[in-house]
Design a binder for this molecule. Structure first.
Ligand SMILES: [Zn+2]
Ligand SMILES: [Zn+2]
Length: 180
């Protein structure tokens, strides 16, 4: 696994950087309750583009990883696997000030920024994972969830909690009927 890979602009001026890195679970900070189910593998290339004079870093390659979470409705563990190509562009931080953030809209979601002399590969990988990870995690679109009363998983079983629920107004009547 070795040292952390840093994509250095100064070095990219001389030649592109090829990387093949492995990140063990826990090294990359993931959002919400996501965690890696195993090693993440990232392979590819970083190079410098001369885009309108700005020193834009293009990072492309592929990332393979399995991540896990629990279903937001039924709390069962679920796993998502990614094994796909990616391409990200990192602009120098000072260009935002100059361009006043105006062109940075939704369609530029794959644009990131780097400060000073470059960006760490781990931050590039994390950026891509954030784009891939679903906002809401469900084991399936049709997940029925769990019963709030008995905890039964409605995907696997039914429970009688709803039928046993007695309307408090009827409860009062039931007591009254014994008086006299
Ligand atoms: Zn579920
Ligand atoms: Zn129930």
């Amino acid at each position: 696994m070795g040292r952390a890979v840093f994509i250095d602009v100064g070095e990219l001026e001389r030649k592109p950087l090829h990387f093949d890195a492995v990140f063990a679970p826990g090294r990359i900070e993931l959002p919400e309750n996501w965690s890696q189910a195993g090693d993440l593998r990232a392979g590819g290339k970083a190079e410098l583009l001369d885009k309108q004079g700005a020193r834009v870093i293009r990072v492309s390659g592929s990332i393979a990883v399995a991540v896990q979470n629990e279903c937001a409705r039924c709390l069962e563990e679920l796993q998502e696997e990614f094994d796909a190509d990616f391409e990200l562009f990192f602009h120098p931080m000072e260009t935002i000030a100059r361009n006043e953030e105006k062109q940075i809209g939704r369609e530029d979601a794959e644009i990131g920024f780097y400060e000073e002399n470059g960006v760490a590969l781990i931050d590039v990988v994390r950026e891509q994972l954030l784009l891939w990870l679903p906002m809401r995690s469900l084991c399936g679109e049709d997940c029925k969830g769990i019963c709030q009363l008995c905890g039964a998983n409605w995907n696997r079983t039914d429970c009688n909690c709803r039928e046993e629920f007695v309307d408090p107004r009827w409860e009062t009547l039931r007591h009254m009927s014994f008086e006299n």
